[in-house]
Design a protein around this ligand. Structure first.
Ligand code: PMP
Length: 433
C-alpha cells in the first residue's frame, strides 16, 4: 500500500479513541530519529512518550531480544520461572532506591503495574481507599482511570469509575496565586493550599486513615505538567503515611529509570517508598512493567491471585536485562545530566531573551524530563510544537497548562541535542515574532 493510502486506511480503520499527533506512518527508528513511510525523518524528543529512552533500536537491546526470540518467547510465569525474568531481577536489585525493595512482579503496561501496587496495598493493609494527587496520571484501565486526575478526557463518559479514590493537591507552586509574589519558588508550608495540610485534612474529613491503604504519587508529576515537588514535600508525606500505617506507592513509570538524571526520581528526595512502580523505559519499547516492594508485603497475596498471561514476557525481560547493563556500560546517567543542562539552558535563554520572555511562565524539570510552561491563554505550546514539526522535530505538550514537554533519549548525542536546542529556540522565536 502506498504511504498516503496507508495513512487514509489507518484513519478509517483505527478507532478514534486513540488520539494522534500526526497522520503519518512510522516506518523505522534509529537512535534519536524516526523515519516515516514518506521518507521524512524527525528528530525524536518524545521517545514514544518516555519509552525508547536508549534511542530507537538500541544495538545491544536488539541483539538481546533477537537472541531470546530464538530460545524462548513465552514461558508463562504461572508455569515456571524463566531465565530472563530472574536475570532482570538480579540486574534491578542494585538499582533500587532502597535495599528493602527486593521482591518483584512484572507486568506488561504501566497501568497494570499501578493496579497491582494498589492490590498489594489493599491486601497488606486490609484497607480499601487510595489517595492520589490532583494532576496525576496512572493509566486508562478501569482502576487507573479512576486514579488519573490530569485531564477529564480520560474519565469522561466512562463512569462509574472505581470507588474509594480520593484526591489532594500536588505542590505546584508555579500555578499557586498565593505563591506568585515569591516567583513561584516559595516551596510549601506558607500557603492556603499547603499540600501537606490538604493531605492531613483529607485524612480527617474524607477518608479515615483506618480506611486508607495507600497514597499514590508520581515522584515527578508527568502528564500533569512535569512538576518536581519542592524539597521536603515527600518527606512530609512519608511521615504522614508512617503515622497512620498508610503505604506510600511511588509511580515512576514516566519519571523513573534514569529520566531525571538519577536511576529513580525519588533519589533526589531521599525518601523510601513502600512500593515502586516502573514501566516505559525499563525494556526500551518492549511491553514490560514492574513493581518492587518489601518481601513481607509482596508475599501476603494468595498464589494465583496475581499474574497475567504475558506478564514478564521472556523477550521483554531479555531486552530489560540489556537496558540495565547499558546504563552501566554506557554511563547513561552522566549523559542525562550533561545533555539536560544544555537543554535547560536553552529554555532558560528563552525566558531571559527580551524577544521571548513575555511568553514564558515557568521552566522546570530534572535531568532530561524538562518542561517549559507558557503564559496562559495564547496556545503557545501547541504553536511551538507545530513549528518544531515543520522543522522535522517531534515534541509533545502536556497537562491542562500551556506546557511543552521535552523527553529526548537519555543517550542522545551532543550533536543531536545541539540540533534539538537550535530548533526549539528557532520555534519559540518564530512564534514570538
Ligand atoms: N503512570 C504514569 C506516571 C504514566 O506516565 C503512564 C503512561 N503515560 C502510566 C502510569 C500508564 O502506563 P501505560 O500506558 O503503560 O499503561
Amino acid at each position: 500500500m502506498a504511504a498516503q493510502n496507508l495513512s487514509a486506511f489507518g484513519t478509517r480503520h483505527v478507532a478514534k479513541g486513540i488520539g494522534r499527533l500526526l497522520p503519518s506512518v512510522i516506518s523505522s527508528g534509529q537512535g534519536s530519529h524516526l523515519t516515516m513511510t514518506s521518507g521524512r525523518k524527525y528528530l525524536d524528543f518524545t521517545c514514544g512518550i518516555g519509552v525508547t529512552n536508549l534511542g530507537h533500536c538500541h544495538p545491544s537491546v536488539t541483539r538481546a531480544a533477537q537472541a531470546q526470540i530464538g530460545k524462548l518467547v513465552h514461558g508463562q510465569v504461572n508455569i515456571a520461572f524463566q531465565e530472563p525474568y530472574l536475570q532482570l531481577i538480579e540486574q534491578m536489585i542494585p538499582l533500587m532506591p532502597d535495599p528493602s525493595l527486593d521482591t518483584f512482579f512484572f507486568w506488561n503496561s504501566g497501568s497494570e503495574a499501578v493496579e497491582a501496587a494498589v492490590k498489594v496495598a489493599r491486601h497488606a493493609t486490609k484497607r480499601q481507599n487510595v489517595v492520589v494527587m490532583q494532576g496525576s496520571y496512572h493509566g486508562r484501565t478501569m482502576g487507573t482511570m479512576a486514579m488519573t486526575r490530569s485531564k477529564t478526557v480520560y474519565g469522561e463518559g466512562y463512569a462509574p469509575l472505581m470507588p474509594g479514590v480520593f484526591s489532594v493537591a500536588f505542590p505546584y507552586c508555579a500555578q499557586c496565586s498565593v505563591a506568585k509574589g515569591s516567583g513561584g519558588k516559595f516551596g510549601f508550608g506558607n500557603c492556603c493550599m499547603d499540600p501537606v495540610l490538604q493531605l492531613e485534612l483529607l485524612l480527617k474529613r474524607e477518608t479515615a486513615p483506618s480506611d486508607t491503604a495507600a497514597v499514590v504519587i508520581e515522584t515527578v508529576l508527568g502528564e500533569g505538567g512535569y512538576v518536581p515537588p519542592p524539597p521536603g514535600y515527600l518527606q512530609k508525606v512519608r511521615e504522614i503515611c508512617d503515622k497512620h500505617g498508610i503505604l506510600l506507592i511511588l509511580d515512576e513509570v514516566q519519571c523513573g529509570y534514569g529520566r531525571t538524571g538519577k536511576m529513580f526520581a525519588v533519589e533526589h528526595y531521599g525518601v523510601r517508598p513502600d512500593i515502586l512502580v516502573m514501566a516505559k523505559g525499563i525494556a526500551n519499547g518492549f511491553p514490560l512493567s514492574a513493581i518492587a516492594s518489601r518481601k513481607e508485603l509482596m508475599d501476603m497475596q494468595k498464589p494465583g491471585s496475581m499474574g497475567g498471561t504475558y506478564a514478564g514476557n521472556a523477550v521483554a525481560c531479555a531486552a530489560g536485562v540489556a537496558v540495565a547493563k547499558a546504563f552501566k556500560e554506557e554511563k547513561i546517567l552522566d549523559n542525562v545530566n550533561a545533555r539536560g543542562k544544555e537543554l535547560k539552558a536553552t529554555l532558560e535563554a528563552a525566558a531571559a531573551d527580551p524577544k521571548t520572555k513575555h511568553m514564558v511562565y515557568d521552566i522546570r524539570g530534572l535531568g532530561l524530563m524538562l518542561a517549559i510552561e507558557f503564559q496562559p491563554g495564547h496556545g503557545y505550546a501547541s504553536k511551538v510544537q507545530a513549528k518544531c514539526l515543520e522543522k522535522d522535530m517531534l515534541v509533545l505538550t502536556t497537562s491542562i497548562y500551556d506546557t511543552l514537554r521535552l523527553i529526548p533519549p537519555l543517550n542522545i548525542s551532543k550533536e543531536d541535542m545541539a540540533e534539538g536546542c537550535r530548533i526549539i529556540k528557532e520555534a519559540i522565536d518564530e512564534v514570538a515574532a
